[in-house]
Design a protein around this ligand. Structure first.
Ligand code: G1P
Length: 357
């Protein structure tokens, strides 16, 4: 069994963060989103992994993952070029996959329970494909499966106007190589993409059996800022915490805090977990870091109150303000304008930034 992670796409819903890097490298609890997919595949025993790259952030992803050895996997890069849909991306991996079965994992998805059971169930049966599903409240926005009482998949529709069920395809699939013939027969959908959902429907039309697996634990597609914040909360909730950095005497630290090497919580700072603090970051006196916050490496936080937020890294937050539900990109500086004249807020804000003051 091989693995295939799709890491193309433009990340338009995560702008401005994705102006300067791919969405698969946005950190959740101080770990890039794509690393969760790599670890899920590896933990299911899949170490021969293809990563399909688009134009955006190609070099950044290659630099981060390298040859995979740091993650105990072996990575082959496959260039998709123009993003023409998930089925197109999968089709680009035909030579890499060869005659093997493979798990296809969307590189911006995070799943609590891993994929072991899902892969096992496919291997135990005689299926052309397996799909992971979850009940959702907004089925119009997903690929939707209709499933019999005994779990047999009867129909798949991509983003239906009138959904027959609320069981969404969650972006994790297992395929036998027969999927490639189905992909070759696809026509672009209304959104101009070759849909993997349509390719699986072709398999059904051909009389092939499709395994389905309803995922119990949480799952997040991290396409939008609020999804990143949600995923960050969910991951931090389960994180045990660690103390590799320094906590000064008279710092008030409670709850699970994952403190990376050379991070420092100074006297007079207050931290309430679950929180993750990256290497080389300083939380100074007068600062409050509240639950569900991840602060990336090499940040300085002075005086600010931060809660339920993701600060990517190399940031300076010295304004005496309260920051909640915020996603702050790499290298951002938020300081005080109190002693400046004329009085007023001073913003240098990139394209597609969102501020609520
Ligand atoms: C894609 C798939 C869709 C699936 C979803 C899961 O949608 O086309 O079937 O339900 O991923 O996140 P997209 O993110 O391209 O809108």
């Amino acid at each position: 069994m091989k693995g295939l992670i799709l890491a193309g796409g433009t990340g338009s819903r995560l702008r401005p963060i994705t102006h300067t890097g791919p969405k698969q490298l946005v950190p959740v609890a101080n770990k890039p989103v794509i690393q969760y997919a790599i670890e899920d595949l590896r933990d299911a025993g899949i170490t021969d992994i293809g990563v399909v790259l688009g134009e955006k952030g190609r070099g950044d992803i290659q630099r981060f993952l390298g040859d995979g050895s740091e993650f105990n996997v072996e990575i082959t890069y496959i260039i998709q070029g123009e993003p023409l849909g998930l089925a197109h991306a999968a089709g680009c991996a035909r030579d890499f996959v060869g005659d093997d079965d493979f798990v296809m994992y969307l590189g911006d998805n995070i799943l609590k329970q891993g994929i072991k059971q899902f892969v096992q169930s496919f291997e135990d049966g005689d299926y052309a494909a397996g799909i992971a599903l979850q009940h959702v409240d907004n089925p119009e926005q997903f690929g939707i499966a209709t499933v019999d009482d005994d779990g047999t998949v009867t129909e798949l529709v991509e983003k239906p106007n009138e959904p027959e069920s609320n069981l969404a395809l969650i972006g994790i699939y297992v395929f036998s190589p027969t999927i490639f013939d189905a992909i070759e027969r696809l026509e672009p959908s209304w959104r101009g993409e070759l849909e993997i959902t349509d390719a699986i429907q072709h398999l059904l039309d051909d009389g092939e059996a499709i395994d389905s697996h309803v995922v119990e634990g949480w799952w997040k597609d991290t396409g939008k800022p609020e999804d990143i914040l949600d995923a960050n909360r969910l991951v931090l909730e389960e994180q045990p915490g660690s103390r590799n950095g320094t906590v000064e005497e008279n710092a008030d630290v409670r709850g699970h805090v994952d403190l990376h090497e050379n991070a420092r919580i100074e006297a007079g700072a207050v931290v309430r977990g679950p929180v993750s603090i990256g290497s080389g970051t300083t939380i100074a006196e007068g600062t409050y870091v509240g639950p569900y916050t991840s602060i990336g490496p090499n940040c300085t936080i002075v005086n600010a109150h931060v809660e339920s937020s993701v600060i990517v890294g190399d940031c300076e937050l010295t304004a005496d303000g309260r920051f909640v539900d915020s996603l702050i990109g790499r290298g951002a500086t938020i300081g005080s304008a109190d002693d400046l004249l004329p009085a007023g807020q001073r913003l240098i804000v990139g394209e597609n930034s969102q501020l609520r003051l």
